[in-house]
Design a binder for this molecule. Sequence first.
Ligand SMILES: *Cc1c(COP(=O)(O)O)cnc(C)c1O
Length: 390
Amino acid sequence: MTGRAVGAERLRRLPPYLFAQIEQKIAAKKAAGVDVISLGIGDPDTPTPGFVVETLREQVLRPDTHQYPSNRGRESFRDAIAGFYANRFGVSLDPGTQIIPAMGAKEAVANVNLAFLDPGDVALASDPGYPVYTTGPLLAGAEPVPMPLLPELGFQPDLTAIPADVAARARVMFLNYPNNPTGGVIEDDFFERAIAFARANDIIIVHDNAYSEITYDGYRAPSFLETPGAMDVGIEIFSLSKTYNMTGWRAGAVVGNADLVAAYWQLKTNIDSGMFEALQEAAAAALRSDQSSVAEMCAIYQRRRDVLVGALQRIGLRVDPPKGAIYVWARVPDGETSASFTEKVLEEAAVVISPGAAYGPSGEGFVRMSLTVPDDRLNEAADRIAKLVG
Ligand SMILES: *Cc1c(COP(=O)(O)O)cnc(C)c1O
């Protein structure tokens, strides 16, 4: 090899990994014997429901699930997604043309960039947001443009603030409600306004629906596809990861506009060979179930949310209890930055939290704390943080 860098140019476009420094500090603390509690990662701590595991066990013993899957997905999987969308959201999906299995939402978010974007196109990305909304466009040679999620607008972007030249170059808009990391939810006509904006500017809306089932205080989240006109301009990416504690299983689906679903499918047939069919059957069982496992999980998260929010409010942090998703998003105390407060909480309380700026420039001034740790650890973390500023 000559002096050429090993990675392709597209890899060099990617931003540096922001957690590298904090990961070193955590490792050093653990090596020194400190009892570190991590609220840094959103990965459910309670197990996948037993009936889902049992379905996988049965299916994995059947040789007819072992061959290359069809990358359109098994009929039973697509029917289960269609049934779920009909029952839960009143959304009618044609299993033949409007549903493709995804190996997790992350795969789908990354690949829709390659399916929809040309070099020079703009992708409008929620800021703060799931990091792949910005790295995906970069890998496609496109330009991610952040749309600040404004606290005063309920963590929705101000569509009227998007400059006309940016809107003209934009091809894709990434939205996500209930939102990671802010906990923002849709309780107004935002989806209607987004659809009007997408129509006026010929933009594809990609709604990342990782959290519609994880909500609190009686709030029920809509599907983007429920909104009149949504099916003309967009797709939704549904994930089983957080819904059924299946993060390691890699199961989701891309649903919505048939032409857009077909473009995603065409790309995928050239990249992977579909989802293991035994897994498709287990995922279908989860979707067809009475959803009581989800209700139980929401009750656990809601209880933890109240413990953590209470502790943060006692030390004077400005934080609202979120109505959805699995995170508490709090303003840092005056005089601190995202990074300095994260470091202080690690150094003085041995609790790992995430700096808001890691999710985009508009996350500065906030920190994210995940509710996916067992109750006793969550309570201990809340106690330690409550003693911080006292
Ligand atoms: C967790 C998460 C994902 C990833 O979901 P997978 O299906 O596990 O890939 C996608 N989007 C958001 C907003 C998430 O929080």
